[in-house]
Design a protein around this ligand. Structure first.
Ligand code: Z5A
Length: 221
């Protein structure tokens, strides 16, 4: 499903599965945009404001640690959109309005992929939430695509145990990856697909090349 919402010319999102390498890629984009003399705001989802970060903790903390009941898929969807509604109004729109570039580690495409693809929730419901609570799209979305086992092996090197979503099974992540790929194929104007299975310096170079092409095309005001 391709949304008709306005695409902001200074708004970039990064998407992908666990361990795709979004953090390194974001730093490379920040350096690239700053080289062009732009103010850059880095942010992330779920989160990006104090309240939205509290919602992030509710979404990602394993059920047993936070309440004696499982979080339903529907509640999970509404929580990520509650966080996003705050994030857009408190952080993203003010930054765009003052002329900064915003780079978000995940945005609404993650809800389509995780809650739509992974959890199997109705995407028309997600689209309605997007239209009412979000109201904008990035101008450029970089999808860092990597084999699930490779991404999980990278992420497993971290000290903390898996969060609520990381604890899902491989078939869940297979559906998430497929949903991301379908969204990218349906909207090639907004999405750039990056092979995130390559060594980190090559991934960063590919990402920067995409951003440079995008700047050169004049997509960025
Ligand atoms: N979620 C959702 O369900 N619905 C929503 O609407 C939204 C989010 C917005 C938190 O996101 C979770 O929220 C996420 C989806 C859900 N759950 N999952 N799974 P997050 O972005 O905070 O979590 P994450 O995607 O799991 O983060 P991550 O594993 O840290 O991914 P990353 O940022 O892409 O990876 P990284 O930190 O850059 O790299 C991870 C490790 O791999 C690190 O040690 C790197 O040095 C290494 N790495 C990275 N790239 C390479 C390459 N190319 N080669 C070798 N090693 C590499």
């Amino acid at each position: 499903m391709t949304s008709a919402l306005p695409r902001h010319p200074r708004f970039v999102s990064l998407e992908g599965g666990e361990g795709a390498g979004k953090t390194t890629a974001i730093n490379a984009i920040q350096t690239c945009l700053q080289r062009h003399g732009h103010e850059v705001l880095l942010t992330r989802e779920p989160g990006g404001t104090p309240l939205a970060e509290r919602i992030r903790a509710l979404v990602l903390t394993p059920d047993a640690e936070i309440a004696a009941e499982p979080l339903s898929a529907e509640a999970e969807l509404l929580l990520v959109f509650a966080a996003r509604a705050q994030h857009v109004r408190q952080v993203i729109l003010p930054a765009l309005q003052r002329g900064a570039y915003v780079i978000s580690d995940r945005f609404t495409d993650s809800s389509y992929a995780y809650q739509g693809g992974g959890r199997g929730l109705d995407v028309t419901w997600i689209a309605e939430l997007e239209r009412r609570a979000v109201g904008l799209l990035p101008g450029l979305t970089l999808l860092l695509d990597v084999d699930i086992a490779v991404g999980r092996a990278r992420a497993s090197g971290r000290d903390a145990g898996p969060d609520r979503i990381e604890a899902e099974r491989d078939d869940f992540f297979g559906r998430v990856r497929a949903a991301f790929q379908q969204r990218a194929a349906a909207d090639p104007q907004r999405f750039a697909l990056i092979d995130a299975g390559q060594p980190q310096p090559q991934v960063a170079a590919d990402v920067v090349a995409c951003v440079e092409r995008w700047l050169a095309q004049g997509a960025v005001a």
